[in-house]
Design a protein around this ligand. Structure first.
Ligand code: ZN
Length: 283
């Protein structure tokens, strides 16, 4: 904190070419300068997210939405946080934010039927579906995001096949086992997309270290997946993804051999798998 105060004061000072700090700044290469600006931006976002004022503001938004908002409070709060942290997403967020049921639709005694922690996990997963939609990464009712319910049981939650991402709620999520048997059908009459789940179950079975799998057909990701060289490590954003795996996608996953190939291609520790000419998987 003390350092920050000194820096801020420094920027407010008159320009002094003899000041050693000014000389250091002038000699900095532009990419280091850019990195420092980015680090500074992240520090500021961190300070905001962890601040008491931010928490109070968030609580105020939720409370005012509960009292007099026409949107479900959870969705409205997500929308406002998205607008705060990602200004570019605001137009889509405000367009899509006017529809959809509340994320947490598990009320009163309904919550008792879930094991400890599952209700919260359901709310979190439903929120991820909504965020994917707010960012414009969803594709109608297709693609899946799965999450492991617990380490003891090989049970997973995923979306009912038939709901748009802005309609997914905590109670509607379907619980399935690794073999694709339904453990809890959720609150809708929809079932889940079995062919789509094959990709997720193969990864969850082979990688117990992974708790969640996201598979998307977001346009820019599909474009990268269609390029021979894949994702080029030409900027810091691509470098932070770690080692990236590739799989020559062959169509609907009905062949058990392809499941084995996917697991082999993902490897024991990678977390991003590009399905060539198809899309992306992140874990
Ligand atoms: Zn796909």
């Amino acid at each position: 904190m003390a350092t920050q105060t000194v820096n801020n004061n420094h920027h407010n000072d008159e320009f002094d070419p003899d000041d050693p700090e000014t000389q250091r700044e002038m000699m900095r290469p532009p990419d280091i300068e850019q990195d420092m600006k980015e680090m500074d931006r992240r520090r500021r976002v961190d300070v905001i997210l962890n601040s008491q004022v931010f928490r109070e503001e968030l609580e105020r938004i939720i409370e005012s939405q509960l009292n007099d908002g026409y949107l479900p409070a959870s969705l409205s709060a997500l929308q406002q946080v998205t607008e705060l942290l990602m200004p570019g997403a605001s137009s889509r967020a405000s367009r899509l934010g006017h529809s959809g049921p509340p994320i947490n639709d598990i009320r009163g005694v309904d919550g008792l039927k879930y094991a400890k922690g599952e209700k919260l996990l359901r709310c979190k997963l439903a929120s991820v579906y909504r965020l994917v939609d707010l960012y414009g990464w969803s594709m109608s009712i297709y693609n899946h995001i799965t999450v492991r319910v617990s380490r003891e049981q090989e049970h997973f939650l995923l979306n009912p096949f038939g709901l748009q991402y802005d309609e997914v709620t905590a109670s509607s999520l379907i619980k399935v086992d690794l073999q694709g048997n339904v453990v809890d059908p959720g609150s809708t009459n929809f079932t889940f997309n079995k062919a789509g789940y094959v990709l997720h179950s193969a990864i969850h079975a082979a990688r117990p270290d992974i708790n969640a799998v996201i598979h998307l057909h977001y346009g820019p990701c599909v474009a990268v997946s269609a390029m021979k060289h894949g994702l080029m490590l030409c900027c810091q954003e691509s470098c932070v993804l770690g080692h990236i795996s590739y799989h020559d996608y062959r169509g609907l996953l009905v062949n058990p051999e392809e499941r084995a190939d996917i697991v082999r291609n993902l490897g024991p520790s990678n977390k991003v798998l590009i399905l060539r000419n198809h899309g992306v998987v992140t874990c």
